[in-house]
Design a protein around this ligand. Structure first.
Ligand code: IMP
Ligand code: MG
Length: 215
């Protein structure tokens, strides 16, 4: 069972004024829920846990775009740092897949592969799927079933966030950073209709912003 930090439903987070947020988003955000520094510290530990379990094998890290790109990049930096500083090291290669399941702040029933590398290159490999957030679990279950057709040797999933929601299928990743309440979150590459990827902290969007950036 993966260990993680649970953010409770009554979490107040932090006032925006305590941290630096881009001027163009100041009016759109309610509170900071996970400051960037805390994301990085938790990611460093996830890197250590992953190398402990998967170390010794060549790992193909598969980034789920676009939301996963920040976490992917920072997680791989920490794995690289371990590789450079430990007796044991693990060769890393990278792959990318682009999936889409969201419109506005709603998960839709269809998960589409809209780009990326051929999954068939992952046959016989140890694959680490790197995702930003698991909500219903449909995206990850779809990807895992696509991947299983290609017979990888091993598949592990790391997600920075997992949402506590009645819409969950019950799917849980092998590694997770934080369990979060059933809120729509943005920042650190999590977006609302492509906005807020350029925000370092994970924040709650206010209702006005949901209308402002609605498709
Ligand atoms: P699922 O298929 O319902 O598990 O949704 C997973 C995908 O929906 C994630 O990879 C995200 O791209 C997106 N998503 C889910 N919740 C949020 C959120 O709170 N903010 C931004 N994107 C989200
Ligand atoms: Mg995602």
């Amino acid at each position: 069972m993966a260990t993680y930090h649970q953010i409770p439903d009554d979490e107040k987070g932090y006032e925006l004024d305590l941290f630096c947020v881009p001027k163009h988003y100041e009016e759109d955000l309610d509170r900071v829920i996970i400051p960037h520094g805390l994301i990085m510290d938790r990611t460093e530990r996830l890197a250590r846990d992953i190398v402990r379990d998967m170390g010794g094998h060549h790992i193909v890290a598969l980034c789920v775009l676009k939301g996963g790109y920040k976490f992917f990049s920072d997680l791989l930096d920490y794995i690289k740092a371990l590789n450079q500083n430990c007796d044991k090291s693990v060769p890393l290669t990278v792959d990318f897949i682009r999936l889409k399941s969201y419109c506005n702040d709603q998960s839709t029933n269809s998960v589409k592969v809209i780009g990326g590398d051929e999954l068939s290159t992952l046959t016989g490999k140890n694959v680490l799927i790197v995702e930003d957030i698991v909500e219903t679990g449909r995206t990850m279950e779809t990807l895992l079933s696509l991947l299983s057709e290609c017979n990888p040797k091993m598949v592990k999933v790391v997600s920075l966030l997992v949402k506590r929601t009645p819409r969950s299928s019950g799917y849980r990743p092998d590694y997770m950073g934080f369990e979060v309440p059933d809120w729509f979150l943005v920042g650190y590459a999590l977006d609302y209709n492509e906005y807020f990827r350029d925000l370092s902290h994970i924040c709650i969007l206010n209702e006005k912003a949901k209308v402002k950036y609605k498709l």
